[in-house]
Design a protein. Structure first.
Length: 216
């Protein structure tokens, strides 16, 4: 259930961020300007994400507004808002904050299943593969989730598309670092983003927030 995941995430959120959730299997209306051309299941997931985002906005006193999808497929947040939306087949979560406080937010949720070995080379570099440990498939999925969250968090600043090789993940039990292996302006090679990760209700969750001024 999204509510179980949401409560686990709420305990790890920095103060001042709003959190919302929805069930992506249940239809909810989209607002004017939000409609997308997609198969029905994708439309339902998309609408649930916007529903969750507006709930998160309301939670920190922000006025509800439409959140269209941009040409780059990223959410177009209302002026003064930054945020991130993620969903699986059974859960949808959104985290939002005020843009004067947060430069970027990146949230990723994935089913807690192993990443297929044939995908490791595309997602992980040699050092990451060497550090996979005793449950390599699940740890590889954690790294994938961390990279997705870090990518989403930095995107409002860089607006750059890049591959998994541009970020190197270092994992601790509850925290991780995402270090740029190459320059992605305004981020220099070696710049480090910090995030949290956890497992709950059959999902892996990663979150990266970048405070205004660039502190992750």
């Amino acid at each position: 259930m999204s509510a179980v995941l949401a409560e686990a995430l709420r305990r790890r959120l920095p103060a001042g961020l709003g959190l919302g959730w929805a069930d992506p299997r249940l239809p909810v209306p989209v607002w004017p300007g939000e409609a997308i051309a997609a198969v029905p299941a994708r439309q339902t997931e998309f609408a649930a994400g916007r529903w969750a985002a507006r709930a998160a906005m309301a939670g920190i006193g922000l006025r509800a507004a439409a959140i269209p999808m941009g040409a780059d497929r990223a959410p177009v947040w209302p002026l003064g808002v930054t945020g991130s939306i993620s969903h699986s087949a059974s859960a949808c979560l959104a985290v939002v904050g005020r843009a004067e406080v947060w430069d970027g937010i990146g949230l990723d949720i994935e089913p807690a299943t192993a990443l297929a070995p044939e995908l490791w080379a595309a997602v992980l570099d040699a050092a990451e593969q060497a550090a996979l440990g005793e449950v390599p498939g699940l740890q590889a999925k954690r790294i994938f989730t961390a990279k997705e969250a870090a990518y989403k968090a930095q995107y409002p600043a860089s607006r750059a598309l890049f591959g998994f090789e541009a970020l190197r993940i270092g994992m601790d039990l509850a925290d991780f670092t995402a270090t740029f292996t190459q320059a992605v302006p305004p981020f220099a090679a070696g710049h480090c983003l910090r995030g949290v990760h956890f497992a709950a209700d059959g999902h892996l969750v990663s979150l990266v927030v970048i405070a205004a001024g660039g502190e992750a």
